[in-house]
Design a protein around this ligand. Structure first.
Ligand code: ATP
Length: 353
């Protein structure tokens, strides 16, 4: 193999630049050249009007000074057309015209589906897990997760100071549509009282009761870490509840949001609750040491797979060992909830006084 491509796709994640850097430097070390495609799968489709901004040749020098930068210097974007086989074939044709013999993609589950399709069409493709959600079950950690947890911890620390001063509870919403890992790790690391996640059913009345009891027994701060997908695991009959309390009338017909949930908790517990949605702040920032090291290890291993004609696989980490797994075994398999950590949050926040 003499020339390979690399792209970042899906949501950006800190550590993607470290992985691209490792792909380029490992490839150059093995006498290969690298083309970096811009904006995910849009890059190899070369649909930019002037065709000058779809890709660039990456040398060791192009990737110096990027390991500490968040985001992805190759940029990322969704490319909905890539679901179509004729579009995937067009990308392969364009890549072959550039002399490419393999591709490394960095992204989440959707990105891996695209990579799997390219590989099935005969173009050797390898995946690196890059998403702050940590929602891919085959790997212990995805690139960006550790940084996102640390960013969330930093934000929660700040919110805790103000909520303690005002003796109010805080509902802090973190990312995680299907996977509660970010919420669980943040909650444990912050000493939060609750982690509400998409994988585990919960009742708003239970949280309000615990909140009320905590306040009665002298707790000055109550932190609830809420994964954005946990609205889907809420089992309370909101219609009934909202009819029971005058202050909640009207809410039952609205779509639930974090601030509405905080209001419901406030009414049910009689204690002030404020909502904060961390949003895109969790995606940004300089990658942590762990993510820089993980990106470097995964990037190097991805290139070695291509060199050994082992396309069709995604790299990952298990028990601190770099592994690779065929795409067909991993796409669509969501990580199960880590019940051990959830139980630990409950034990460590248990209030018996
Ligand atoms: P994140 O976890 O950050 O959302 P992701 O990689 O799962 O990352 P998606 O938006 O699901 O993000 O997918 C990224 C891109 O991968 C899509 O815009 C599309 O170009 C491609 N893709 C997704 N699903 C498929 C599929 N089934 N077949 C081909 N390509 C796909």
């Amino acid at each position: 193999m003499k020339r390979i491509g690399v792209l970042t796709s899906g949501g950006d994640a800190p550590g993607m630049n470290a992985a691209v850097r490792a792909v380029v430097r490992t490839a150059v070390y093995h006498d290969m050249s690298v083309i970096g495609f811009k904006r995910g799968y849009n890059g190899p489709l070369m649909q930019n009007r002037n065709h000058t901004d779809d890709f660039e040749i990456l040398t060791e020098r192009n990737v110096s000074g990027v390991i500490h930068r968040g985001g992805t210097f190759l940029m990322t974007a969704r490319c909905l057309d890539f679901h179509k086989q004729e579009v995937q074939e067009k990308a392969i044709k364009n890549m072959r015209a550039l002399g490419l013999e393999g591709l490394v993609v960095i992204g989440g589950d959707g990105t891996f589906r695209g990579a799997h399709a390219l590989n099935n069409l005969g173009f050797p493709t390898v995946g690196i897990p890059g998403t702050i959600d940590n929602d891919l079950a085959y790997t212990d950690f995805t690139l960006g997760f550790d940084t996102a947890v640390n960013t969330a911890i930093d934000s929660v620390n700040r919110i805790r100071e103000t909520s303690e001063s005002h003796e109010r509870a805080s509902l802090i919403t973190v990312m995680g549509r299907n996977c509660g890992d970010l919420a669980v790790h943040t909650a444990l690391a912050c000493g939060a009282e609750y982690a509400l996640v998409p994988e585990k059913e919960w009742y708003v009345e239970d949280i309000a009761d615990k909140l009320k009891w905590g306040v009665l027994t002298g707790k000055r701060s109550n932190i609830i870490i809420f994964a954005e997908g946990a609205f889907n695991s809420l089992k309370s009959n909101m219609h009934e509840l909202c009819h029971k309390y005058e202050a909640l009338k009207g809410i039952e017909n609205d779509q639930m949001t974090s601030s509405k949930l905080a209001h419901v908790l406030e009414v049910l517990s009689g204690h002030e609750v404020r909502a904060t949605v961390l949003g895109y702040i969790q995606r940004g920032g300089s990658p942590s040491g762990s993510d820089r090291i993980l990106g470097s290890r995964l990037g190097a291993h991805a290139v070695e797979l291509l060199l050994n004609n082992k396309g069709g696989r995604a790299v990952g980490i298990r028990e601190n060992k770099i592994i690779d797994v065929p795409f067909e075994e991993i796409t669509g398999v969501i990580r199960p909830l880590n019940n051990e950590l959830v139980d630990l949050i409950n034990v460590l926040s248990h209030n018996t006084e």
